[in-house]
Ligand binder design. Structure first.
Ligand code: AMP
Length: 305
């Protein structure tokens, strides 16, 4: 069992109300890969430039992550510059420098093509589609996207979605993609585009999974303080994908457990910059946090009216 993850491997410049950091390790595939590696073997695919520190590549390898799918270009690494306002509920992009990403043409190593679960993290939907076309026996293809690609590559995104099993998206992106203000209506519309399952990330309010029939509503773990929300969505999705991959059976119960695993992991991610906290998470810490979460989320057995 293994997970292949493709997406951006980035250098991020991030400003929160209390701290600024320049050119730190980030990227959709990075966060997802580190999260998923808690559960299973990961093959990471992406591209970096010659400015990408070797120590970061060594860090991936120290997690048992196969990086043969990461190309090294002569150009510069993808760079995202963003900031958060006081409530930290939304990331604002100052600049996205695609750099080496512009020359990326994914050619997955043989092992990566055999993965049971594939997570297409945030990247150009054309590249996501090229990746899907190389897969050999994948049971679950999961895709994440963002406003940048919905605005700039809508047709490519729609054509990629036809080949996807699970879409992970946020509520603002559902509105952009479907034109529906009502998220629940928009969720049904999305399933007509291809995916059979949808997960809507709602930040501090948790997430909703929809399989066309039933909803699963999962709150977020309550945190008094956020250090850096970057990577919350990607580490949620990576944790979700990794959990599925390590599970023998993929039934409704497993999907719900995978959502909870992703939720616990992303709650750790936002407690530090870059991989500062995420890199130290293990199954024990996840389980301990889950024990607390269980108390917060238990519904009463019945209503007495
Ligand atoms: P999130 O989980 O949504 O907070 O993702 C944060 C990561 O996404 C950052 O580390 C960025 O490097 C990366 N990122 C930002 N913009 C893009 C983009 N347009 N495509 C792919 N990745 C991006």
């Amino acid at each position: 069992m293994a997970v292949t993850i493709i997406g951006t491997v980035a250098l991020d410049t991030i400003k929160t109300p209390s701290e600024s950091h320049s050119r730190i390790l980030g990227g959709s595939a990075t966060y997802a890969g580190i999260a998923a590696s808690i559960f299973d073997n990961i093959s990471l695919a992406g591209i970096v430039g010659n400015d990408f520190p070797d120590s970061y590549l060594t860090f991936f390898e120290s997690r048992g992550i196969d990086i043969t799918g990461i190309d090294i270009s002569e150009g510069k690494t993808f760079h995202w510059n963003g900031y958060y306002e006081k409530d930290m509920s939304q990331a604002y992009t100052v600049q996205t420098d695609l750099n080496a990403l512009l020359e990326f043409d994914p050619d997955l190593p043989e092992k990566a093509r055999q993965a049971r679960v594939v997570f297409l993290a945030n990247i150009d939907p054309v590249l996501q589609k090229k990746t899907i076309e190389q897969l050999k026996r994948t049971e679950v293809v999961i895709l994440d996207t963002m406003n940048f690609w919905i605005e700039n590559s809508l047709d490519a995104l729609k054509s990629t979605l036809e080949l996807v099993d699970i879409l992970i998206i946020n509520d603002q992106e559902i509105r952009m993609l479907t034109g529906k203000d009502n998220i629940i209506q928009g969720m049904s519309d999305i399933l007509e585009l291809g995916p059979s399952r949808l997960i809507v990330k709602k930040g501090e309010h948790g997430s909703i999974m929809f399989n066309g029939q039933d909803y699963f509503i999962c709150p977020a773990f309550p945190l008094k303080e956020l250090v850096d929300p970057t990577g919350a969505g990607d580490s949620f999705a990576g944790g979700f994908a990794g959990y599925l991959s390590q599970s023998k059976v993929l039934d409704e119960e497993t999907y719900k457990q995978a959502i909870i695993a992703g939720t616990m992991i992303s709650s750790f991610t936002v407690q530090g910059f870059s991989m500062d906290v995420l890199k130290n998470i293990d199954k024990d810490r996840i389980l301990r946090r889950y024990k607390e979460f269980e108390k917060f989320t238990a519904l009463p057995d019945k209503l007495v009216l």
